[in-house]
Design a protein around this ligand. Structure first.
Ligand code: PHE
Length: 454
């Protein structure tokens, strides 16, 4: 416990460096791969609307709460709750977060592996001139190939482990600053291309015209879970990143910027993908393969598509890695702070353990495809369901309750007002984090669990 107010902790160099790092954690496969496919599976517009509402009423206030806890203590989530929580039980929230990060990274890295495989495919120009059905065949081939999936899963995790073992600040701030704007620029170009396609009207209608008849308790929970997933909330990643944040940076404006950037990338991702879906008569509800089928279809016909494809997958690889880094950093920071492991030892041991834990997910589309857990889900989908629909929202609920009810007013006010932040805004946030956020999350969870009927 001697780490209290650990002043020697490495800090982000600048506010903008922090924003890019936190946005780098938030922006990733959640925006480009997961958001479009869950939106497609849950009927489009109405789902998007609930997702946006969740960002405002649940995501944003919890992001502030995580920053407050992290910066106040300058510690990893387990240590932070131990220090602020007084009662020992609160540490469990930190532990839950660590477990969530561990499981999440184990299958996120499998998808990261798919991206690497597509990076290689695009480098070899394999999409060029192929028909949509040949392209979806390529994805199926990859799913059926256990060795290839495990190999790329390993390669992805080795890269992430290497970067985390060297310390996240060296280099990552810089790369984020260069590549994040590039990702955005590229998405905007692809968006223009999609908007000129023949399916543009239908795609936009699907994405933005709500049809509430498609909404069920399950899809509301999924939309809320997607908000947690996309903003990297509920497991303590933002506690960890906030713990490296200097005191002269405003939490309110940082959280606003990060939420806005993340949401923009998800929406632009949707605007890129759905017009293509309708132009080529693909199924919006295709599932996890949606991203991997739609974009190559565009690259196959786009002039200069070969080069565009390669740069696109390169940047998406980077976006996936920066998100994965924040998951591993969360786990590793515990072993460094509380167990006194060296950064190198903690990264290598945890990276390897996560790799092993992720192997069944990589095999759940082939060798283990008949192993179904609840509701016919394979291991991969089950873990994703468990993490996004339950572990993240429950973690977020506890973080909101802790910050709203157990942290003294003085403690949170201190953090939020460092730059003379507006007291009215503070009061508003405190009201939301005490009453609205916990109530909303609780309601959705219990509705889904069948405890209440609406
Ligand atoms: N937000 C990341 C994404 O959208 C995923 C993530 C979740 C990262 C939780 C860290 C913690 O891809």
């Amino acid at each position: 416990m001697e780490l209290k107010n650990n002043k020697s902790r490495e800090l982000w160099i600048s506010k903008i460096g922090f924003i890019f790092a936190a946005a780098g954690s938030a922006i990733g496969l959640g925006n480009l791969w997961r958001f479009p496919y869950v939106t497609g599976m849950h009927g489009g517009g109405a789902f998007v609307l609930i997702y946006l509402l969740s960002i405002i009423a649940i995501g944003f206030p919890i992001m502030m709460a995580e920053f407050v806890i992290g910066r106040r203590t300058r510690r990893n989530p387990v240590g932070a709750f131990a220090e602020l929580g007084k009662k020992k039980g609160w540490q469990l929230v930190g532990w839950l977060g660590l477990a969530t990060g561990f499981i999440l990274l184990s299958y996120y890295s499998v998808v990261g592996g798919w991206i690497l495989d597509y990076l290689l495919k695009s480098f070899r120009g394999l999409f060029h001139g192929k028909s949509p059905s040949e392209i979806s065949g390529m994805f199926d081939m990859l799913m059926k190939n256990p060795m290839r999936q495990v190999f790329f899963h390993a390669l992805f995790l080795v890269s992430v482990t290497y970067i985390v073992s060297r310390g996240i600040h060296k280099g990552i701030e810089l790369w984020n600053k260069i590549l994040m704007p590039l990702l955005f620029g590229m998405l905007l170009l692809l968006m223009v291309n999609s908007l000129f396609s023949s399916g543009a009207r239908e795609g936009l209608k699907f994405l933005f015209c709500p049809d509430f008849s498609k909404i069920t308790a399950a899809s509301i929970l999924e939309a809320m879970g997607q908000a947690f997933f996309s903003l990297s909330l509920g497991l303590g990643t933002m506690i960890t990143y906030g713990s490296y944040l200097r005191r002269d940076v405003s939490l309110m404006s940082s959280a606003t910027e990060i939420c806005a950037l993340d949401t923009m990338v998800a929406l632009v991702g949707g605007i890129v993908i759905f017009p293509i879906v309708f132009t080529y008569g693909l199924a919006p509800s295709a599932g996890p393969g949606l991203f991997f089928v739609t974009l190559p279809v565009v690259f196959s016909v786009l002039p200069g598509g070969r080069i565009v494809a390669f740069f696109f997958f390169l940047i998406v690889t980077f976006a996936a890695i920066t998100s994965a880094i924040s998951m591993l950093e969360l786990v590793v920071s515990y072993f460094i702070d509380e167990r006194r492991w060296t950064r190198k030892k903690a990264s290598i041991i945890m990276g390897f353990a996560i790799f092993l834990f992720g192997v069944p997910s990589a095999l759940s589309f082939n060798i283990l495809k008949d192993v179904t857990l609840i509701k016919e889900m394979n291991i991969f989908s089950f873990l994703d369901f468990l993490v996004t629909n339950y572990m993240l929202p429950i973690g977020g609920l506890l973080i909101a309750i802790f910050c709203g009810w157990f942290l003294s007013r003085k403690e949170s006010l201190d953090e939020i007002r460092v730059l003379g932040g507006n007291i009215i805004v503070y009061r508003f946030w405190r009201f939301i984090i005490r009453y609205v956020t916990p109530f909303a999350v609780f309601l959705v969870l219990s509705w889904k669990a069948g405890i209440i009927a609406i």
